[in-house]
Design a protein around this ligand. Structure first.
Ligand code: ADP
Ligand code: MG
Length: 701
């Protein structure tokens, strides 16, 4: 129910604006901007303050600033790189700031003479001698005729090729004039009670403020997201995102999926054979999944559980439910090694029930692969474990009922989309279970993945003792080696994990080989084994098996063991250069110890000096063994885009909302979405449209 006026704004095409020719129309269209309304919601990424001059003595490295002063000296320096260096000073009493130009014309250099006055804008940095600005913007100025200062902060817009910031300012200037011509625009779609409660400013005022913040507002305040105008728009974006996901989910419920209501016979037999009883949390999530699988529309469920919480057996039970109902199951892991680990587990559990799991990865080629693919297509393979190779075009399941994706600590949200496409070729689409060891706070998960149901295993199997973690500089390497000696002499086993900055697997494996040799020499009494990603299965397996059987004392490994073994007697882990790994990966690695009743230790053998973020990461790890706690801190440090890997996949992109930073707003955003759905369903479409326009994730719906 849009008003005529709003329609008007969203209908005013950009090509009516000054400076907008066919080329610009095309460029704008590429990023989804076709109307004046779209322009108004194209919000700045950040701001510059050119409203005031900063005394040079007050400059802070890292900040951008406008300064004015007199050139004290200027000349060309021939250091590592030839550069034009200009020293500028003002009355504030410091020695001045160095302006440095690596590219400059002869005329430019000639014009920058001592005694001249300049006004410059740029980022202040630490230089070898003093503070510097590299390639600042500058203009010559006259003491009698000073150029005016800006009245508002300068917005910096996200842009696309061929559009300068000046074009964006010209365009938004015009859009703001149109906005000013009618204060009722654009239409307000947030429920009144929500606006009241948060004392949100009106939409038009908020937009105006964010496009052209008055000089009285500080850039720091805007960056810290404290300003109500910003919060108001971020809130609306979160609400629109919620609505979009819910619409997707609603749509999902109209798609058919096979009803997997088996007779529980296989599940009962598996449970009876397990050497342990399920934890209460495992029982709960198993029931949640079981109920979903019995419904005629596709399950889309995220199963979170810390490393070692026992997700695999939950996956096995879900698989058996599908098999009982006569359907096939595909279990996908991110790496070949992890898929192999699943294969082993499933073999142990399923073969006694008369089921033989298949394994399909990139390593299967030629005839072998053709045979596997044929068995899958013929429906002879009830359970297939593999990697991405499972979802290549020529792999067709006869009767796929359930797909389980083990993400470990990544989220392949794009994969779940792809699957949907795959399923669409059939009359029904399979149920999906996504497992992850990256626990994210529930409120955040519900925002980012409101289209997924969430199950959480919040309890570890009994009998585990928490791991004690210490950070030790590699100058004390010998002490650590002695400690390995001592533990192994007492009958324990240990891991020694090698990491490398270099992504190259070859180098990593080389490093592990060298380390294994050196350790074997330093620890003559111990039996040392080596595994890394370049060993063939047939070479790696016996080593793993020996370690599991206690025939090896020390296992030197690359990070591959992250997903590999499960040896309760291993109670010491050394991680070399832990500063090179992220928190999630370190936590995951450490999860390989602490699986038995003995007290376990993890030594983070770092190379000094540590960068501040690395120091913070190691401290977090020392202080906590709780994956949820660690993930929460990781999110705080890096933001959800990095942690969840969504930045790379471009899956979730907010214009101004920051779900981690705005966590406090999330519950209210959900409530607002409820209110809108219930009382103002006519706003749903336009709100989604306003914020997410033609973007793919909603385009599908
Ligand atoms: P993750 O959730 O990290 O994938 P796994 O499924 O690999 O954890 O389980 C870790 C280990 O705990 C495995 O050896 C598994 O057999 C064992 N395990 C799982 N559930 C239980 C339980 N309820 N009691 C005891 N051990 C369990
Ligand atoms: Mg696992």
């Amino acid at each position: 129910m849009e008003t005529g006026k709003t329609q008007a704004l969203s209908r005013v095409p950009v090509d009516g604006l000054r400076g907008v020719g066919p080329k610009v129309v095309e460029r704008l269209a590429k990023i989804g901007i076709t109307s004046v309304r779209d322009l108004l919601f194209h919000l700045p990424l950040r701001y510059q303050d050119r409203t005031r001059l900063v005394p040079i003595a007050d400059l802070k490295p890292g900040a951008e600033a406008l300064v004015e002063g007199e050139i004290k000296d200027a000349g060309i320096g021939y250091g590592r790189r030839r550069s034009l260096k200009v020293r500028l000073a003002d009355a504030s009493g410091s020695a001045g700031i160095l302006l440095r130009f690596f590219h400059f014309s002869r005329n430019q250099a000639a014009a920058l003479k001592p005694g001249g006055r300049l006004r410059c804008f740029g980022e202040v940095r630490h230089g070898p001698q003093s503070l510097e600005m590299v390639h600042p913007e500058y203009q010559h100025c006259d003491r009698d005729e000073l150029p005016p200062l800006e009245n508002t902060l300068t917005p910096i817009y996200p842009t696309t090729e061929g559009l300068q910031q000046s074009s964006w300012r010209l365009l938004t200037d015009q859009a703001l004039v149109l906005l000013d011509q009618d204060n009722a625009m654009p239409e307000e779609w947030l429920p009144w009670e929500v606006r009241e409660r948060f004392r949100f400013p009106p939409l038009a005022a908020a937009l105006r403020l964010l496009h052209r913040p008055p000089a009285s507002i500080s850039v720091a305040d805007l960056r810290a997201r404290r300003h109500p105008a910003l919060r108001r728009l971020a809130f609306e974006e979160l609400v629109a995102h919620q609505l979009g996901l819910r619409r997707f989910r609603h749509h999902q419920k109209r798609i058919r999926a096979p009803v997997l209501n088996g007779d529980r016979s296989l599940r009962t037999r598996l449970l009876a054979r397990l050497p342990f009883a399920l934890t209460a949390a495992q029982r709960r999530v198993t029931e949640e999944i079981a109920a979903d699988l019995e419904r005629p529309y596709p399950m889309l469920r995220l199963l979170q559980g810390d490393v070692g919480s026992g997700k695999t057996v939950v996956a096995a039970l879900a698989s058996l439910q599908a098999v009982e109902a006569g359907h096939q199951v595909a279990i996908m892991a991110p790496t070949e090694l992890l898929s192999e680990q699943h294969l082993h587990n499933l073999r142990d559990w399923l073969e006694p029930l008369g089921l033989e799991p298949l394994w399909l990865t990139g390593r299967h080629k030629g005839r072998e692969r053709a045979e596997l693919v044929a068995r899958i297509a013929g429906g002879e393979a009830p359970v297939t474990v593999g990697t991405h190779a499972l979802f290549q075009d020529d792999v067709r399941f006869r009767d796929l009922g359930l797909v389980i994706v083990d993400e470990q600590h990544r989220f392949g949200v794009h994969q779940r989309m792809k699957l949907k496409e795959k399923g669409a070729q059939q009359a029904q689409i399979p149920h999906q279970l996504i497992m992850t060891a990256t626990p994210i706070p529930r409120s955040l998960a519900m925002t980012l993945y409101a289209d997924l149901d969430l199950s959480v295993i919040d309890e570890l199997p009994p009998g585990r003792t928490p791991v004690t973690t210490a950070a030790v500089p590699d100058s004390r390497r010998q002490e650590v080696i002695d400690r390995v000696q001592e533990a192994c002499t007492q009958g324990r086993q240990a891991y020694w994990v090698c990491t490398l900055i270099d992504e190259s697997e070859v180098l990593q494996c080389q490093a592990a080989e060298d380390t294994a040799k050196a350790l074997a020499a330093a620890l003559p009494g111990l039996r040392v084994g080596l595994v890394h990603g370049r060993l063939k299965t047939t070479e790696r397996e016996p080593v793993m098996a020996d370690f599991a059987a206690g025939k090896l004392d020390l296992l030197v490994a690359t990070t591959v063991i992250e997903v590999g073994v499960d040896v309760p007697n291993a109670s010491l882990m050394i991680i070399e250069n832990p500063e090179r790994l992220g928190l999630a990966q370190l936590h995951q690695l450490r999860g390989r110890v602490g699986r038995g009743a003995v007290r376990s230790h993890c030594v983070l053998l770092y190379h000094a000096p540590l960068s501040p973020p690395a120091r913070a990461r190691l401290a977090i790890l020392r202080e906590s063994t709780d994956g949820f706690e660690i993930a929460r801190k990781d999110l705080k440090m890096r933001g959800p885009g990095e942690v969840l890997g969504t930045r790379q996949t471009g899956d979730i992109q907010f214009r101004i909302a920051d779900p981690a930073g705005d966590e406090a707003l999330l519950p209210a955003a959900q409530q607002a979405a409820d209110i809108i759905l219930e009382r103002h369903p006519e706003y749903v479409r336009p709100l989604i449209e306003r914020w997410f326009g033609g973007r793919v994730e909603y385009g599908r719906v």
